[in-house]
Design a protein around this ligand. Sequence first.
Ligand SMILES: Nc1ncnc2c1ncn2[C@@H]1O[C@H](COP(=O)(O)OP(=O)(O)OP(=O)(O)O)[C@@H](O)[C@H]1O
Length: 357
Amino acid sequence: MTAPMTPSPSAPMVKVDRVTKQFRRKTDMAERLAIRARLAKDPPVVHALDEVTLEIARGEVVGLVGESGCGKSTLGRVVAGMLPATEGAVLRDGKDIARLKGAEARAMRLATQIIFQDPMSSLNPRKKVAEIIGEAPRLHGIVPRRDTAALVGQLMGLVGLDPAMANRYPHQFSGGQRQRIGIARALAVNPDFLVCDESIAALDVSIQAQVINLLVRLRQELSLTLLFISHDLSVVRYISDRVVIMYLGRIVESAPTAQIFDAARHPYTQALLEEIPRIDRRGHRFSTVKGEIPSPVNPPSGCHFHPRCPFAIDICRTTRPTLRPAQPGHMVACHLGDGTGQPAINNKKPTQQGVST
Ligand SMILES: Nc1ncnc2c1ncn2[C@@H]1O[C@H](COP(=O)(O)OP(=O)(O)OP(=O)(O)O)[C@@H](O)[C@H]1O
């Protein structure tokens, strides 16, 4: 049996403390050979996360939004302990996850589970669903072997799957059902924190709505905390207590959900909100805001958003704006303080196609 994480009443459940993550740009075989032969330079550095600070309270659902390539998945993986930070730390219940050892490290890994977009690539096609869901709790001693089948049946019921289907293989299920298998597998080790990385983006809109409603129910029934990563603001609005907006490796705005939708302050958030009706709900790679997102290999100076910002002034080109409170609970990183210097925009609630409560 693994040691449970001991919650500290004063510390936030998750604290991301000035986390920077850099990658070497991926190279193909030809490039690698050329580098080895000193015919080419080392690949450039990708600045995926740049001093990101974020707190998530126990029981909170935080939506993480931004255009493709802005670092959402990287942040999700660093928070889940799957990727080490280049600089900075992730604290779980006040403890630096990179320094945890033995039973505590194992408990942290189990307590945080990640649900990916494409369940097909994360479910072993050669294993039956019973094995997929039951493997981790059995291996980690959460349940004795003789009780595994009962636990699998219970988890399948919890996520809305017929336990009689436990002996089938993943390909015998629909996309939405496979996502439910992925959720059941994650829940099998009793996590208290789920990172959902675009976990419904690949599904049809009506199926997305069902999976979202399932997550909303599970969150309440199991007192889960969620980091919900998505490029779809209308889905994020439905599920999140708070929304965090990222742009090119940095958090530019963070506020309770209603504040983001009714009184967004950062010009980037405002541009994203104005673009909602044009979002391709099923497309993955997309750009919602006028102009291309610059390369994280060579991000712009000052405020990363300045080349696309209609309100940019001189200081935006030279100096990084710090993330600071615009009002209690509402943080914004913009030299204009309230974003545009204009009254905050009031956005109409986007339609929640297919999401029914
Ligand atoms: N393992 C890696 N090696 C090199 N570069 C990487 C790696 N993982 C991510 N990156 C780069 O880091 C940047 C941020 O990527 P990330 O996947 O976190 O963005 P994202 O916002 O989740 O995008 P998407 O919505 O397309 O998934 C991108 O430029 C990406 O190419």
